[in-house]
Design a protein around this ligand. Structure first.
Ligand code: ASP
Length: 343
């Protein structure tokens, strides 16, 4: 029997799995069954690899909570058979999928590592090979007692491992495409992979739990100087939208526009949920610090602390889909469930 650690690679689509079609000159997905042909280095890893591919690989713009659920289901069904999982995914919405999966797969004791690339694996200067090889190594890494070092959903890109629900795509063309400004890297890959052990998540759950029922009746509103509340009236319709995330200025501030305040107040009174996150790429909401945010606390807007937009959306969809009590949803939005915000 093989004593090698086993990793399941799930290919969902994106640039990493593409090669140039010599006939058309276009980028096409290659068949992951022939992975070793394109990345012969994988043969030299002392890890047992299996691959599964989406039947129709997608650009990550086509991702949807139902597709996150497909990925989560594959991990769940194969959980006992592998030591770790690598999900190959387009980088554009990788942080959303990572956030979604972190709520879908709770109680992980094994790594689920998302990676991708800015250049296709078939191009000479590709970043895909290093990303894939190191992601596999991380997914197979165990400590002295035989436990997986990483026990959560994470994103690996360009020598850094980030907590999935703390990551965001920050560059459309740099190899260093991701960042996690409010939570330091879980690991840095140099000559060795240096894990930042005190940053790694450990769950209290005794077994893996799958939550795939996400409710996408949510809206995202980014305010800007001069924004007219009337233009956005339709999203404050509780029959259509159950939760709204507002991206505010700085530490959670918004203009004291009367019609905006009225819209939010009425929406909350009807049973809607409003979550306040900052549009700054780092730092946290502190409702009440300035007059321009104290109104939010008074009417029951919830502070999203330092959550990313991706995590806030995924968390809202998860809670609306899995909890029926409004009070429970509101309470859970403001605390850390799986390391998505700082308390
Ligand atoms: N558009 C691609 C995607 O997100 C880009 C990439 O793979 O990085 O699917």
């Amino acid at each position: 029997m093989s004593t090698k650690n086993k990793v399941l690679i799930i290919y969902t689509g994106g640039t990493i799995g593409m090669i140039n079609d010599p006939k058309s000159g276009r980028l096409i997905s290659f068949d992951f069954k022939h992975m070793y042909h394109h990345i012969p280095e994988l043969e030299r890893l002392n890890i047992d690899l299996t691959t599964i591919s989406f039947e129709y690989p997608v650009d990550s713009s086509e991702m949807h909570p139902s597709r996150w659920a497909d990925i989560a289901q594959i991990v769940y069904d194969n959980y006992g058979l592998y030591d770790g999982f690598v999900i190959l995914h387009g980088s554009d919405t990788m942080a959303y999928t990572a956030s979604g999966l972190s709520f879908m797969l709770q109680g992980l004791k094994k790594p689920v590592i998302l990676t991708g690339s800015q250049l296709p694996i078939g191009t000479i200067r590709t970043d895909g090979k290093e990303n894939l090889i190191t992601a596999i190594e991380i997914a197979a890494s165990k400590d002295e007692s035989g436990e997986s070092i990483v026990q959560e959903v994470a994103v690996y890109f360009e020598y850094s491992l980030y907590r999935g629900n703390r990551s965001s795509k920050v560059s459309a063309n740099q190899f260093e495409a991701f960042s996690s400004p409010n939570y330091a890297e879980l690991a840095i890959a140099g000559v060795n992979i240096q894990f930042n052990k005190e940053r790694l998540l450990r769950s209290d759950l005794s077994e893996l739990k799958l939550f795939t029922h996400f409710d996408n009746h949510v809206a995202l509103l980014k305010i800007f100087p001069g924004f007219s509340a009337n233009v956005y009236k339709s999203i404050f319709d509780f029959q259509q939208v159950k939760g709204i995330i507002i991206e505010t200025f700085g530490a959670g501030n918004a203009p004291s526009d009367v019609s905006f305040r009225e819209l939010i107040t009425n929406y909350i009174n009807e049973g809607g949920i409003v979550l306040n996150i900052t549009q700054c790429s780092s730092g946290s909401v502190e409702q009440g610090k300035y007059e321009t945010s104290s109104f939010f606390s008074k009417i029951g807007v919830i502070s999203g602390s330092d959550m990313t937009t991706e995590a806030a959306l995924a968390k809202m969809m998860y809670l609306l889909g899995s909890e029926s009590s409004l009070e429970v949803i509101k309470d859970k939005l403001s605390i850390s469930l799986i390391g998505e915000l700082s308390v």
